[in-house]
Design a protein around this ligand. Sequence first.
Ligand SMILES: [Zn+2]
Length: 163
Amino acid sequence: MLKGIEEGLGRKEIARRLRALTYGTREIPGKIELYNRVASASVNRARNWGSLFSLEEAGIGTYIWRAVGDERTCSRCFYLDGMEFSTSKMMSHVRMALKGSPADIEWISPWPTHDLARDDYYIRTPLGREYLRGKPTSWLEDHGVGLPPAHASCRCTTTIVVS
Ligand SMILES: [Zn+2]
């Protein structure tokens, strides 16, 4: 603000700059936008990870990744939609995350990135980029892929198979 006044900017220009700082621009997300993303991911995590505790307690061995499936659903989520994951294997990642430092989440439950050129999804591991297509579910589970959310504004949930 002071900087704006010293530069002799008008009120509108100062407001525009403040708005850009707070909400960000299309290219550079601002703080509010980042906080919203963190909050949205945290709420999704709390809901989905919380429900895994219930599945574990109820002795339900597997669950299904469910994407919303509307026009806002991204390809990553469509890719994971319908995959079946082991409750106990994924719970071990949840427990690791709860014990670890917040930054550890990036490798405990990594978010897949879309490689447009290859039309595949990858995560970063100590070996570098590892692509997901063709990997067995057990590999995904071992690498922490299978715990919604898959990205900041992910709306995915889990469901169980009723036989
Ligand atoms: Zn999703």
